[in-house]
Design a protein around this ligand. Structure first.
Ligand code: ATP
Length: 234
């Protein structure tokens, strides 16, 4: 579904991504893992068109996208749920969700997507009139994912799902991601929390200093000695 081939990305003279290549298959959950400053945000911002690679190629469903503007990439069905949620705090939950359905593609599917997100996260329906800024951290993350789903994604990229959330909430959100995957939406989960991500992913990529250090089926990576030592504290 998504293919990155030999992507190099610079910020001025600083190189953030080095010859990065990987593929994501349709209908799966892939995890992009790595410590602080490993290059995770740079990678997804390049996929979303917010950063332009100096060389390399990205294709989505067979079409080149790496020269497209972000809004064109959104219209293709790649939607990013940003780190820190970035909700409109002084708007209600329902208004935040409506903004997710801004694009032409999404407007057509507004009703069915609203049903999907309220089925996934009933609390959002119960509190739809409440200001997003008054919700708890976990509920805000649900709202951010729901807003992403309102954009009618084919590929949903979620940046730092678990950041600042209690383990019980993270568990709930991971379960929701499996439900989302079962509707046919492909997910790229970007996380520092390696253990959580590997539990629900089909495949994972580990970045170190802007380079792909490890990749493979999540079930195999869980037993990789380097990964265990560096990220799981074993
Ligand atoms: P984090 O989890 O902390 O967000 P990350 O894995 O997402 O880390 P990136 O944010 O992609 O990593 O950063 C990769 C490298 O690129 C880091 O060394 C960072 O300092 C650098 N970098 C990121 N954005 C910029 C920028 N706009 N200008 C200059 N350097 C940048």
């Amino acid at each position: 579904m998504l293919r990155l081939e030999n992507i190099n990305l610079f910020y001025g003279e600083i190189q953030a991504l080095w010859d990065l290549s990987f593929t994501i298959e349709e209908g799966q959950i892939a995890a992009l893992l790595g410590a602080n400053a490993a290059g995770k945000s740079s990678t997804i911002n390049t996929i979303s068109g917010l950063e332009k690679p100096s060389s390399g190629r990205i294709t989505f469903l067979g079409k080149e996208i790496h020269k497209m503007d972000p809004h064109e990439i959104v219209e293709k069905g790649i939607i990013q749920v940003p780190e820190g949620r970035k909700l409109f705090n002084y708007m209600s939950i329902q208004e935040n969700l409506e903004l997710g359905a801004y694009s032409k593609r999404a407007k057509k599917h507004y009703k069915e997507n609203l049903k999907l997100v309220y089925d996934l996260f009933p609390i959002l329906q119960e509190r739809k009139k409440q200001l997003a800024g008054d919700m708890s951290g976990g509920q805000q993350q649900m709202c951010a994912i729901a807003r992403g789903l309102m954009s009618n994604p084919k590929l949903l990229i979620i940046d730092e799902l678990s950041l600042g959330l209690a383990p019980i909430l993270v568990k709930k959100l991971l379960k929701a991601l499996l439900d989302i995957k079962n509707t046919g939406i492909t997910i790229l989960l970007v996380e520092q929390n390696v253990q959580h991500s590997l539990q629900i992913s089909n495949k994972a990529f580990v970045l170190e200093n802007g380079r792909l250090a490890l990749s493979g089926p999540a079930s195999e990576l869980v037993n990789d000695p380097h990964l265990k030592k560096a990220y799981l504290g074993m």
